[in-house]
Design a protein around this ligand. Sequence first.
Ligand SMILES: NC(=O)c1ccc[n+]([C@@H]2O[C@H](COP(=O)([O-])OP(=O)(O)OC[C@H]3O[C@@H](n4cnc5c(N)ncnc54)[C@H](OP(=O)(O)O)[C@@H]3O)[C@@H](O)[C@H]2O)c1
Length: 492
Amino acid sequence: MKENMTKPAGQILVIFGASGDLTKRKLLPSLFELFDREALPEHFVILGVARTPYSDEEFRLQQRENLFLFLKGKRPEEQRVDAFLKKVYYLGFNSDEAGEYHYLAEKLQALRSAHDVPDQVIFYLATPPQKYGLIAEALGKSKLNKPQQKQEGWRRIIVEKPFGSSLETAQALNRKLCSIFDEEDIYRIDHFLGKETVQNILVLRFANQIFESLWNRNYIDSVEIYAAEKLGVENRGKYYEGAGALRDMIQNHLMQLMGFVAMEAPSSFEANLMRDEVAKVFRALHPLSLNDVIRGQYVAGSVGNEWLPGYREEKGVAPDSTTETYIAMRFFIDNWRWGGVPFYFYTGKRLRESRSEIIIHFKNVPHRLFNGICPHASCNELILKVDAPESISLKFGLKIPGSFFEVKQVSMNFAYDSLCNTYIANAYERLLLDAMQGDSTLYTRTDALELSWRFIDPILKEWAKEPSKGLVFYPAGSDGPEERKWLLHYSL
Ligand SMILES: NC(=O)c1ccc[n+]([C@@H]2O[C@H](COP(=O)([O-])OP(=O)(O)OC[C@H]3O[C@@H](n4cnc5c(N)ncnc54)[C@H](OP(=O)(O)O)[C@@H]3O)[C@@H](O)[C@H]2O)c1
């Protein structure tokens, strides 16, 4: 537990979709880590709910195995795991049926009494996304959305991605949630924002004059944001068919990263002030045209000796699917800080390497005195590596030793894992703890969410009219379609 961190107040965390993948791979391991660091409240209970019938003991046994499997790089002490699992309960009921929520009400009441927990409950929605509205509605109908006595407790709801599949569906879900819970109690999770390096974008920018003074159109040439994955769709083909890279990665994760890179400094680090600034950036986005977006799909290819199937051969994917597994896009932010600076997003599956990073390319010097090679127009780049092992690199030109004044790009690197003795929490740990403490700074607010949908929705609508038009292909294991390079060569 960090010394400057106070523990959240006693509460119950109800996880809908507790028999699913997210619960076993991310939520329970993260909650165990919090428990192990003594960051959880003393009076705290986790109640998993789903339709599959398990007793508390069966669920615990299953999750015990999962914890040993999914706690990455760590063999937890058995006693600690067992102590943690004493806080875990399960309720099998059909969350699609509003009439069954009395079971949930009764179980919550019983757990509160048994563990002396105040009337403070978080509902975490980790079911198929089509069920989010239905569950919220049922919570409202059964009056579980409010504490039993006004002023003596609270309710919060955490909603997993995807939040809608278009502007209209996101707005409809927002309207529904906001009619049942107060906006300040709705936590739309984007796990990218829980990453230490992502939060550090703000610290790097706003705690360091040397960066922030250069952070504008006068000194920055372009900004690239990458989220490239070596993996294909794995066993999520069915889900991915209805999503595609634009919805799955751009609308949420990359937009949020861009918001942190491009926002103005808030007057204080308070959730709503921060989120105001992100929303202002989204409001200033120049509308996209079809030419700004290259969409690709992977075909079979090989990496080394391994043959990798094409997207259309993956389980759950239609043989004539036009779903995009790759996006390269260029866009502009119409404001004083960023006018004319191109921003690029690159994201895709089955690429040559996994890579999540932000590259700030600075402009070149006004007059070149020296010969030499830098990979881009200028030697100066700042690279923020968002995935593990997280790092920050500053690139600049230096003289090649012994040569006449010839320039070479060199790098000054900071690696997070060099901060030994400092525990780096994973994204879900950080975000779960924030929600338990009522801090929504790193969660997405309604306006930013709808603005990000508004930005990409026209493109989705155009693609829906002619699904195969403009779809290009790239071999699995490559750097993506060659057509991505077009974006660098045409002007507004
Ligand atoms: N897995 C990840 O890494 C990941 C990452 C980011 C976001 N998410 C999001 O998190 C949510 C859950 O993902 P997941 O991968 O855990 O999914 P999953 O493995 O399919 O689990 C879905 C869960 O929902 C329950 N459920 C309740 N009502 C259901 C219904 N009517 N139909 C089907 N299932 C129902 C299922 O249990 P019962 O069948 O027992 O009811 C199960 O526990 C999804 O919205 C997903 O997009 C997942």
